[in-house]
Every structure is written in C-alpha cells, then in structure tokens.
Design a protein. Structure first.
Ligand SMILES: NC(=O)c1ccc[n+]([C@@H]2O[C@H](COP(=O)([O-])OP(=O)(O)OC[C@H]3O[C@@H](n4cnc5c(N)ncnc54)[C@H](O)[C@@H]3O)[C@@H](O)[C@H]2O)c1
Length: 262
C-alpha cells in the first residue's frame, strides 16, 4: 500500500525573508516604495531619511504599527551620521544584510551660477552619503554575505541640462559601484546600481525651473512613455538585493521605460 503524506508542503521561502535592510530615502518616493516592498517580503527595514517626522509617519504606515520606531533620522551628507545610522541598525537588529542607497536630491540650476555650497550639496547627498554608508556597512555586510544597491539615475549615464552637480554625482556613483565591485570581488559582498528614468515622486513634482531655461533642453530627459511608478523600479531593486540575484555583481541596471534606448 502506498503511504500518503498528509503534511502540507512548505511554501517556498522568499529570498528576502529575515534579511536586515538599511534603506535611505525611506520617507518618500522610491525609497519608501523599496522599504514597503522589503517589509512585505519579510525583511526587517531600518528607514533612514532627513526629516524625522515624515520618516516616522512613512515607517508606521508601512508596518501598520503607529508606534513603530524602525527609523533613524540623519543627514547622509555627514559621515558621522552615516556611521551612527549603520551602528544603530546593527545594535538594534544584530547585523546588516542589505544597504539600499536611495536618498537623493536634484535641483535644476544654470551651471554658470552654481555656488560652491550648492555644488557641495549636490555631491553630499548623491555621492558622499552612499560612500560613507558603504564604508561603515561593508564590515557588517561581509559577515553576512550582504550586498549594496546604489540608486543612480539615467543622469548617471547621460548628460542632463541644468544638472551639472547631480549628473556628476550620479556618474560618480556608478564609478563607486564598479570600484567596490572589483575591490571586493574576492569576497561574498555584491554591489550593484540601478538607474531609474523619470518617476512620479515628490522629487519630480517639486521641480522648479530657473529663469531663462531652454525647455527643449529640459525635455530631452523626459520619458517617451511618461513617468514610471516608483513601485515598478522598487521591484528591480528588491530583486538585486535578494539572494535570487546571487550571480549579479558590479552591474548597472537601467529602469527607464526605454528612455536611453536610442
Ligand atoms: N524621481 C525621479 O524621476 C528619479 C529619476 C532618476 C533617479 N532618481 C533617484 O531616485 C532616488 C529617490 O528619488 P525620489 O524621486 O524618490 O525622491 P524624493 O524626493 O521623493 O525622496 C528623496 C528621499 O531622500 C531623502 N534625502 C534627501 N536628502 C537627504 C539627506 N541629505 N540626508 C538624508 N536623506 C535625504 C529624503 O528625506 C527623501 O526620503 C534619488 O537618488 C534620485 O536621484 C529619481
């Protein structure tokens, strides 16, 4: 007589379940969509962003717990704040598996009138922050076969008018991704980058145009199929961060709805 197995087959384990993730920019737009998807897929997320109250409200919406305090408010342009954010994550959750550098800022300006301070601000949030966080996180990521996903932009692979600092920082972020990938190629650490095209987020909704801009130049970076939803780009980021992407290391992925195709 054949024996019948009455035990229910186990559901396949999500490749993100149980991971600890530090997500910057989690209060808004793409970072929030990434934090939400990681949480839904069973990861523990520490959200990092500049504005504490917006971050607290985003994280409690995501987890459905009004008293949720899985967040760390920090200006990622400060190396001390970045080190503190990583230390807080490790102290609280016992380690770190995923560093997702999403926070960024983009202000349109005539390059000939950019001040030293504005130039430094562009680099601080879009480039220095991801480096400071990576530097602090790498020893912990190495302990747990962890990985880093950097959010660059199509401005990291092509020029955009009135965006010299932003473009320079995003190109450099891709360089940082590749440099780390080569340096740690003998270890288990993975490092990748995603380059989104235009998305419906507060960053785009808040664009203001300096006087005298040539809108034909501005429209050169407009998406031919319109703006994407941040959730669609978040899915790619979460895939790269998951163990399903174990073979993907040192690569740069466009998610631009065809913008750079030609
Ligand atoms: N929205 C787009 O069309 C678009 C296109 C390409 C790339 N991107 C990139 O996607 C990422 C997310 O952008 P978004 O559209 O969701 O923007 P957003 O303005 O909605 O969110 C930006 C997030 O970054 C955080 N942030 C900004 N400056 C910070 C600082 N100094 N310290 C800590 N946190 C800071 C904010 O608090 C917020 O959480 C950015 O890196 C941006 O460059 C966006």
């Amino acid at each position: 007589m054949p024996t019948v197995n009455h035990t229910r087959p186990e559901a396949p384990r999500d490749a993100l379940t149980g991971k600890v993730a530090l997500v910057t920019g989690a209060s808004s737009g793409l970072g929030r969509a990434v934090a939400e998807l990681l949480h839904r897929r069973g990861a523990t997320v520490l959200g990092v962003a500049r504005d504490a109250s917006a971050l607290a409200s985003a994280m409690s919406d995501i987890t459905g717990d009004p008293s949720d305090n899985r967040y760390f408010a920090a200006d990622i342009g400060s190396s001390e704040a970045c080190a503190d954010a990583v230390a807080a994550c490790v102290a609280r959750f016992g380690g770190l598996d995923l560093l997702i550098n999403v926070a960024g800022a983009h202000t349109l300006r005539h390059s000939h009138s950019v001040t030293d301070e504005e130039w430094a601000d562009d680099l601080a949030v879009n480039l220095n922050g991801p480096f400071y966080l990576s530097r602090a996180a790498i020893p912990h990521l190495l302990e747990r076969r962890g990985n880093i996903v950097n959010v660059a932009s199509i401005a990291g692979v092509q020029g955009q008018a009135y965006s010299a600092g932003y473009c320079a920082a995003k190109h450099a972020l891709i360089g940082l991704t590749r440099a780390l990938a080569v340096e740690y190629s003998g270890s288990t650490l993975r490092v990748n980058a995603v380059c989104p095209g235009g998305m419906t987020t507060p960053l785009v909704a808040g664009f203001t145009f300096p006087e005298g801009v040539d809108f034909d130049l501005v429209l050169r970076s407009a998406a031919p199929r319109g703006l994407m939803r941040p959730e669609d780009v978040a899915a790619l980021i979460c895939f790269l961060a998951s163990d399903d992407a174990a073979a993907i290391h040192g690569s740069v992925h466009l998610a631009d709805n065809g913008k750079t195709a030609g």
